[in-house]
Each structure stands twice: as structure tokens, then as C-alpha cells.
Design a binder for this molecule. Structure first.
Ligand code: AMP
Length: 370
């Protein structure tokens, strides 16, 4: 794979205006930022540039304003916080106020890079999308990945290309169809897959178990059957739950074996399964985790996710957590500093593991200075 330019490949940035695509898509509550982690994460790159005399202009999306201005998604609060953390740095208005961002419109790209001398992409969480601010500027400007992005790429491509074994992937969450591609790709690189969350029920159906009223995706059963058969013939292990926790038909909290009665709903892995999954994580040398083991937002159904999070913190393995809900769960349990890498991109980290490349990285590799 050809070289992805880094900050040093920009040459002398003194006196230049540098556009930095950041991921400032922070959680907000009534116009107030509830967690500024993503803003603070961009500071090393911003400081690298400003300390060398560059003038930095940041640009980000925030929420989903659907291509038109919407005060709910204004960048004002982010701009105020950024001014405290990095005085003198500019921030453009929400990129998704303009339909040209998601539509990758060349005219919108031209407006973004007007008066700009160089481009830096530090928005790993948006790099799997061929949007204007991601793939447009590197077509003409000297470009580089920022420090945050560089670490993401090193860690995730390292997992994909050269993991210490055994390498275990732990997958959960609700949407299986999103993740089956990655399950299939991961089966080529991991030694074992651990499957919890609502994702497990389609696999349990494929194994012939009754799952009551749990979430599942009928059109994915055949794929799950094939994946189970392929893994068995390739010497890979797919670990599925052997007990479950959820609600019985009357809506009461209950613990079940792997067969759910009619009307019951599985909402977390059971304690036996959590212990078994934890053992697999403890014995691994590399672990990638994406997706909660149950509906952890409800304290009745958080135990499975908590046990897995604790094992991630305790194991000697190299541990990587792929964004989104699993990162939120880790933070909820106060364990986010006990893993080796928390990716800032949920979808982007899965896609990089799946394909080994992303549209944003391809664009940087084709930049004029690459
Ligand atoms: P995803 O966006 O696919 O990673 O899914 C994350 C969501 O899956 C979280 O909000 C969890 O509450 C939810 N979830 C995990 N396990 C279950 C389950 N067994 N039943 C329903 N929802 C679940």
C-alpha cells in the first residue's frame, strides 16, 4: 500500500492557512456540550500546526441537519469551547448545513478550500464516507493525516495485518445486517469470535434454538448458518451465549437457558455466558470489541456488558474498542483508561478492519504531495 502522507510531509507550514477536518460531532444537550473529548482529541494536531506558525481553520459536521441550516446543530458551543482550548483557531459552520457536503459537490469543495494552502484530515470517525470535506481537498492541496488519525490507522491496520495470537473479536449491538460483512472479514483474521448483544439471536436461530420475542433478522439466518459452518471447517470458534437474561412473557426480569420460552425477550447475556466470554478475553493476546452485550442503558441489563468491559480492562492482551456504544459503556463503567486504544470511529473502525482501506485514506494517498 502506498504512503499516506503525515504532517511532516506538508513541509514548512509557517504562515500557511491549513484546513483541518476534525470530528467535533460532540454529544449535546439543549445547546450544551456534555462531553468535549472529541474537541480535546484534536488538540495535538492543532498544536503541531500552530506551533510551527500555521493558521488553522477547522471544519466538522455536527448531528444530522439534512443539508440546511438548523440552529439545533449550530457550531457556536463547539466554537466557544475550542476558543478556550486553542485560542485563535477558526471553526467553520456545520459542514452538513450544505447539501454539497454529503453529495460530494465539487463547488462546495471549492468553497471549502478557498484561501487555504494545505489540508489535514484528523476526522477518523468520518473517513469511511466519501463526503466533500473528506475526499475533496486532497485532490488539489498538499495533504496529510493528523496525529489522531495516524494512531487510529496504525492500531487498526496493525490488528488486521499483524495481530498477536490468539486474536479474538467480541461483537454485540443490535444491527446484525450492518455487521455481517465485518463478521465474515474478521473470520479471516481472528482465531475466535464472541457474539453477544441482539446480534446473537439470529445466530441462535441459525443453530435451531427458540428465541421468543427477541430481536432477530429473518433474512440473515442463512448467512449466519453459512458463517457457522465455514468457521467450523476453518478451525475458528464462534462463541455464542449459553444463558440469557431478559423479560418473561409477563414482563418480569428473568434468567433463561439458551432456549427462550414463548413471549420472552433476551436483553443481555447471562452470568454463565459473561464468565465464559471473560475467560476467552483473558486468554487472548489481542482483543477487538465492538457493540454492547445487552441493552446496557437499562441497569437491569448492563451486567453482561460490564463483565466484558472489566475483562477488557484486566486482560494482558492488546485491547482495542471500536467507538460508539462500546466506548460509551466503557466510559459509563469508568474503564475507558484501562484499554490500549479506544477508537473515535465506530463505523470507520469496522470498515477499516473489513476492507483494509477507507475513502478518506485513499484520497490522502493520491494527494499531490504523497
Ligand atoms: P449498535 O448500534 O448496533 O451497536 O447497537 C447498540 C444498541 O444495541 C444499544 O443501544 C443496546 O441497547 C442495544 N442492544 C444490545 N443488546 C440488545 C438486546 N439483546 N436486545 C435489544 N437491544 C439490544
Amino acid at each position: 500500500m502506498s504512503h499516506i502522507p503525515t504532517l511532516a510531509d506538508l513541509g514548512d507550514v509557517g504562515g500557511k492557512r491549513v484546513l483541518v477536518r476534525t470530528d467535533f460531532n460532540v454529544p449535546m444537550d439543549n445547546g450544551v456540550i456534555t462531553d468535549d473529548f472529541r474537541i480535546r482529541s484534536a488538540l495535538p494536531t492543532i498544536e503541531w500546526l500552530t506551533s510551527r506558525g500555521a493558521h488553522v481553520v477547522c471544519a466538522s459536521h455536527l448531528g444530522r441537519p439534512k443539508g440546511k441550516p438548523d440552529p439545533k446543530y449550530s457550531m457556536d458551543a463547539v466554537r466557544a469551547r475550542l476558543a478556550e482550548l486553542a485560542p485563535g483557531v477558526e471553526l467553520m459552520e456545520n459542514l452538513r448545513y450544505n447539501p454539497g457536503e454529503e453529495g460530494n459537490d465539487p463547488q462546495f469543495v471549492a468553497s471549502l478550500i478557498q484561501g487555504i494552502d494545505a489540508y489535514v484530515d484528523d476526522a477518523f470517525g468520518a473517513c469511511h464516507r466519501a463526503h466533500a470535506s473528506i475526499v475533496g481537498p486532497p485532490r488539489t492541496l498538499p495533504s496529510a493525516m493528523g496525529l489522531l488519525m495516524q494512531r487510529e490507522v496504525e492500531v487498526l491496520l496493525g490488528l488486521r495485518n499483524n495481530p498477536k495470537r490468539p486474536f479474538v473479536a467480541v461483537l454485540g449491538g443490535a444491527k446484525i445486517s450492518d455487521k455481517l460483512g465485518v463478521v465474515e472479514a474478521l473470520l479471516n483474521v481472528v482465531d475466535a469470535l464472541v457474539i453477544g448483544g441482539a446480534m446473537c439471536f439470529t445466530f441462535l436461530v441459525a443453530r435451531g434454538y427458540p428465541i421468543g420475542d427477541s430481536l432477530w433478522e429473518p433474512d440473515q439466518v442463512e448467512t449466519c448458518k453459512r458463517l457457522l459452518a465455514d468457521s467450523a471447517s476453518n478451525g475458528k470458534t464462534i462463541h455464542l451465549p449459553e444463558d440469557l437474561v431478559g423479560l418473561d412473557a409477563a414482563g418480569n426480569f428473568a434468567t433463561f437457558g439458551v432456549r427462550l420460552p414463548d413471549g420472552a425477550k433476551g436483553l443481555d447475556i447471562g452470568p454463565g455466558t459473561a464468565a465464559a466470554f471473560s475467560d476467552v478475553i483473558m486468554d487472548a493476546r489481542t482483543v477487538f470489541w465492538n457493540g454492547p452485550m445487552g441493552m446496557f442503558e437499562d441497569p437491569r441489563f448492563e451486567a453482561g456488558t460490564r463483565t466484558v468491559a472489566q475483562a477488557m480492562a484486566d486482560t494482558k492482551a492488546f485491547t482495542v474498542v471500536g467507538g460508539g456504544d462500546s466506548a460509551a459503556a466503557l466510559a459509563q463503567f469508568g474503564l475507558d483508561h484501562d484499554v490500549d486504544h479506544v477508537s473515535t470511529g465506530g463505523g470507520a473502525s469496522l470498515e477499516l478492519l473489513e476492507y483494509g482501506d477507507l475513502p478518506g485514506l485513499e484520497a490522502l494517498r493520491a494527494a499531490p504531495n504523497a
